[in-house]
Design a protein. Sequence first.
Length: 144
Amino acid sequence: MLSVDGYTLFRRDRVKSRSGGVAIYVKSELRPTVWTYSREWRDDRSIDLLRTVIGSNITGALYHPPKPIYQTEALLNYVEPSLEELCRDHPAATVILCGDFNQLSDGTVCVRTGLISLVQQPTRGEHILDRIYVYHQPTMSSEF
């Protein structure tokens, strides 16, 4: 039912719930893999965040519910160091993080993570709930 020919499905289902979570479909020919934060013991399963490595790019899907069971600060405290590790492990990567962020402040996400928001107009009614963030690390150049 969830299978799409030619695509690999990655899922992060919500724990202790019959519904919810995030998913990413990627063309199978791109040989995608899941990227997992090295601090497995800190892998907070209450946070719906999934990241895939696709070539030199990292794509993440996040769902921040309107009434989360965690403090918003906990989400940022999870995303920030995992993003730092991801960028350290994949220095040439372009990082894309997208999803439904609900009431989470766009400015807070950008300041805490260094990500740049690409969505500048409302996505639901008058609000920007669905967002796309991007980060591309500068490369060192030998030219002056």
